[in-house]
Design a protein around this ligand. Structure first.
Ligand code: ADP
Length: 151
């Protein structure tokens, strides 16, 4: 016996990969932060996507690198414009939950052509952000799958 798993076992271990086991910490900013400060925050935190929250810390929007680039090459003053003007906003945000399968989250990334998803929990007054799933997390899971299956 080679120690290699059957295809059925490999499929099972793939479907057992969960968002909560691979998620990263979310980086959130307030809706009133300026585009300029959001760019600084992106460099400081070394992330490609910022999640925008209201004063109750509920998810309101997503801000990507290109959202900020687009604003920077436009005529707007980036030290004045608040991120809520340029972000993608609810209800158009695609998100996932910590108990979702990672394959399901990966499919959302590809179908919606985005780089990251907020991991959320439903609250009475909106969505609380508890994590972040990016293409890097999916790639790490892909490697862990290969390693745990002796591929
Ligand atoms: P970039 O714009 O830097 O290529 P993305 O591909 O992640 O990064 O973002 C593309 C567009 O989709 C941006 O306008 C961004 O605001 C939006 N976006 C990013 N993530 C999400 C998400 N989870 N749900 C909805 N829209 C998103």
């Amino acid at each position: 016996y080679s120690g290699k798993k059957t295809m059925a076992a490999l499929t099972e271990s793939m479907m057992n990969l969960k968002v909560k086991d691979f998620q990263s910490l979310p980086v959130v900013v307030s809706e009133n932060m300026t585009a300029y400060d959001a760019i600084c925050q992106m460099f400081l935190e070394d992330v490609g996507t910022l999640f925008v929250v209201d004063e109750r810390s509920r998810l309101q929007g997503v801000l990507s690198r290109k959202d900020l680039l687009r604003t920077s090459i436009g005529t707007q003053a980036i030290t004045k414009i608040p991120v809520h003007i340029i972000m993608t906003r609810m209800p158009n945000i695609v998100y996932c939950h910590k108990n979702d399968s990672l394959v399901h989250a990966a499919k959302k990334l590809i179908d919606r052509q985005v780089d990251s998803l907020p991991v959320v929990e439903e609250r009475e007054d909106g969505l609380e952000i508890v994590g972040r799933i990016t293409k890097t997390n999916i790639t790490k899971a892909f490697i862990s799958l290969a390693e745990t299956n002796d591929l």
